[in-house]
Ligand binder design. Structure first.
Ligand SMILES: [Zn+2]
Length: 301
């Protein structure tokens, strides 16, 4: 009986020794697997972080790309002309333009819910681009931001024409108030960005309400423009839709043709704001006139 008991104890000992080894082995295997999983996870996380960083970098690059465009990139490359260069030529009354016939259709004081969509349709039908000098007063109106988006999406250029368009605020006693002027234009810049939903949108082209040459002591404006990389542009032709007695479409056409005579460089002032239905009616004929005379249609950027 005693002998048998001893045998059983030895067997138990042997058995527990085997179990300890097994547990140790198992532990090593588990630890190895855990280690491998940890390494694999760390590798995956690193790869994901690199991927995220690449995407972030691409987004930043894209945003940079979109800054200071004033117009969609593709159309800017095809139609855009440096407005500073055009303004220098206008200032010098040099409309010869190196023998090149170029017309800039410009539309001020919009966008309006009534006329701008029709202007856009006519431009599209004729496959030409224009420049829209928008004001805050018009942009504030419900629905106007969507029209501004259409202007941008259809490849036209956008210029800043002030927020208030208020002569007595911008030029008290006909003298430029640089302080009022810069804050008014900044306010409109912000509204343009918000309307387009594009934080990085910026336009360097401005047009002074009433035209820069109409006001006194505008020298500080030149310094402001240089400092802020902006360019101001007036016009050298007009259809007369804001001057004198109200004209019908035929009279507006005649006026545009008359004021363009002997000019290779044409910056045509028109308006797409409320009440300018006759301008819309005359636009198709005006565009076809410039086409027949061999002009190229360009935008101000
Ligand atoms: Zn205006």
């Amino acid at each position: 009986m005693a002998k048998r008991k001893k045998k059983t104890n030895t067997y138990k000992k042997k058995q527990s020794g085997f179990s300890a080894k097994k547990v140790l082995l198992l532990l090593i295997i588990v630890l190895s697997i855990t280690g491998c999983i940890k390494i694999a996870l760390a590798y995956k996380t690193e790869q994901e972080t690199t991927k995220k960083k690449t995407i972030q970098h691409q987004v930043v690059e894209k945003k940079k790309d979109e800054t200071i465009i004033g117009q969609r990139k593709r159309e800017k490359e095809i139609y855009g002309v440096d407005s500073q260069k055009v303004w220098n030529a206008l200032n010098a009354y040099d409309y010869e333009n190196g023998g090149k016939k170029e017309v800039f259709l410009t539309f001020d004081d919009g966008p309006s819910l009534t006329n701008t969509p029709n202007v856009l349709k006519i431009l599209k039908d004729n496959n030409v681009k224009g420049t829209f000098f928008v004001i805050g007063k018009s942009l504030r109106i419900d629905g106007a931001p969507n029209i501004l988006k259409d202007i941008y999406n259809q490849g036209h250029a956008i210029g800043n024409h002030s927020y208030s368009h208020d002569y007595s605020y911008l030029y008290p006693s006909r003298v430029l108030s640089m302080e009022n002027f810069s804050s008014d234009f900044k306010k409109n810049d912000d509204l343009i960005k918000a309307s387009l939903d594009m934080e990085n949108f910026s336009t360097r082209v401005i047009r002074c309400p009433g035209g820069q040459i109409s006001w006194q002591k505008t020298e500080p404006l030149n310094e402001y423009l240089i400092k802020n990389n902006k360019a101001s542009i007036d016009w050298n032709c007009l259809n007369g839709d804001a001057e004198g007695p109200k004209k019908n479409a035929d009279q507006l056409y005649d006026e545009a043709v008359k004021s363009s005579q002997n000019k290779n460089l044409v910056v045509l002032l028109m308006h797409d704001t409320y009440g300018k239905e006759e301008t819309v009616k005359s636009l198709d004929k005006i565009i076809k006139y410039y086409k027949s005379q061999g002009y190229e249609f360009k935008t101000l950027v």
